[in-house]
Structures are given as structure tokens and as C-alpha cells.
Design a protein around this ligand. Sequence first.
Ligand code: TYM
Length: 345
Amino acid sequence: QQRVFSGVQPTGNLHLGNYLGAIQRFVALQDRYDCIYCVVDLHAITVWQDPVELKKQIREVTAAFIASGIDPARHIVFNQSQVSGHAELAWVFNCVARLGWLNRMTQFKEKAGKDRENASVGLYAYPSLMAADILLYRATHVPVGEDQKQHLELTRDIAQKFNSDFGPTITRLGLGLGETGEAFFPLTEPLIGGPAARVMSLRDGSKKMSKSDPSDLSRINLTDEADQVASKIRKAKTDPEPLPTEAEGLKGRPEADNLVGIYAALSDMPKEQVLADFGGGQFSTFKSALVDLAVAKLGPIGGEMKRLVAEPEHIDAILRDGAARARVLADETLNQVKDIVGFVR
Ligand code: TYM
């Protein structure tokens, strides 16, 4: 069985990187897989969140999912804290994952910064909660941006170690997958790719577009108005050369590469096609076309998000319904895990 799982943190404005690297691709996968899309509020509190803002952000991410075209009737949309199995399985995985594995996680190092002693224990254990999110549903495919690659490798390591630590029990209980029947958890495939797997800051082509960049000009937020989108794109950093005619010519030109990648992802074309249309021309012409494209694509999503968040009861009902359906799947896995580990129930 093929199942997609992915999550987005409710921690600040959603931006074009979240949309192109993740949410737009979530929408595209709906026809081919059973999908579970989660607002990961447990992950959010690994760094301090204002409680009033957190509630608002959970609803806003949910609204972004729906406004972008995710169908919560056919697929599952919910917030993580409402299915307690995430936290329970994460504890088991904390006992499977090794300190050495977590010590290698670059995202922890970046987020904890210099004052590591003062980072929360939750921030350190973040990747085992993420593995639990995915494996609680025995998801086979996980669409994410490039920055999550290392976490997905760790998820595979955790799955593999669990499978091998408990292999004989899994076989004895008849709970295994595949021919040998020893593996309980699948080795999840990351779905990372396309022209916008790593959208960069509009101000600095060497930094990724991020919620935490102090400059709002560095990112396009999903709720930006058309004039903000236009002015951010016009002010985006470029270089003095005209656009190249072939993708090869984007090497060593990170700002040009980023804008072409954004155009390609928004219009669902390869970068080569974008360069066939705009190569040899000036940035000003290309930027005008990019403004039109971005406004046409993002404007309706931002508008719909604002409409949806104005009706929180409707959003909350979607989340409650999603959580109830997720819980059924989660409980099944969790009971099997308890049997495998040797808990009495
Ligand atoms: P988060 O909330 O930081 O980001 C949500 C999604 O957006 C992608 N993304 C980007 N893609 C391209 N360019 C960018 N500049 C960019 N910035 C963010 C992220 O890769 C992600 O796909 N740990 C995850 C949330 C998570 C999760 C999971 C994901 C928790 N459990 C289980 C998948 C499966 C995170 O912090 O994403």
C-alpha cells in the first residue's frame, strides 16, 4: 500500500518556499496516493510559541492547505497534537535512535545556535518525533523541500533499526511487510525535487527562503497582497548579465537560478523551457512576467486563506474530523508496536 504523509509547522508566515517545495506538491499527489497532511504543532513548540499566535497559525496553515486545493474529505488534514500516538511513538523512537545520530543533525545545530545548552530537549529530539509522524501511518512517500532530506534519512535509519532490533518478534507475531516478513516499518521514500526543492531568499541567493529571516523582503508570503508581491520581485537581487539561454548558464548565478526556478515551479515547466522563452533578455522583462505569474497563482490562494481563517469554526471542524480518521490508523500501528516491543495491554 502506498501512502503519503507530510507536515508543515505552524510557526509564522507561510512563504513561497513552503508552497513550491511542499504544499503545491501535496496537491499534485492527491490523485495518486492516499494522503495525510499534518499541521505539526508539537514540533512548533520545540521553540517558544505565544499560545494565542500558535492557535492562529495552526488555523492559518490548515487554511493554506485547503486554499491550495487539498481536499480534506478525500484525504486527511489534522493537527498533530490531537492524535496522541505521535508523542507515544516518538518516545519509543527516542529509545531506538542513537545519540550519535541526533548529534549529526544540521538543523538542530542551526536552530540551537551558539547557546546549545539552552536549547530545549524537544528541539534535540525533533527528528524522532518526525520519524514517528511518518511511521505511525507506515507512510511510503514523503514530499518535502530539500532542507528536510537529512531528517528523512534518519527516519529510514530508525525504521531499519526498529525492524532489525525486533525482527524475530515481528515475524513471530506475523506483523511483517514483504516476503521475509521481518520488516514492520517501510523504508520511506523522500519525494524531493523539481525546480523549487530549495527556494532561496530574494535578497541573498546563498540563503534559503525562510520564515525566520528578519527581512520580509527576502520572502513572498502566501498572504501578501499583489502590490507587495510585485515590489518584492522587482527588488529581488539579480546580477548584471542577461538571462542565459540554457540551464547550464545558471551555474554560479544563484539569484538568476532562483528566480528561474520559481517561475518554472509556478508554471509547472522545466527551467529549460523558461530559458527558451526568456533567455538572452533583461531581468526587467522577466521580472514583470514573474510578477504577473506569481500574482495570478498566489492571489487567489491568499484571498481564500483570508476568507477561511475568518471562519475558525469551519477550520476546526475539518481538523477534528481529520484527527478522528487519523487516530483510527494511528491506533492500529501503535497497538502493533506495543505488542512488538513487549508492553502488556
Ligand atoms: P517546515 O514547516 O519548516 O516547512 C514545511 C515544508 O516546506 C519546505 N520548505 C521549503 N521548500 C523549498 N524551499 C524553501 N526555502 C523551503 N522552506 C521550507 C520544507 O522542506 C517542508 O517540506 N520538519 C518539517 C515538518 C515536519 C514533517 C514531518 C515533514 C514534521 N514532521 C513529517 C514531513 C514529514 C519542517 O520543519 O517543515
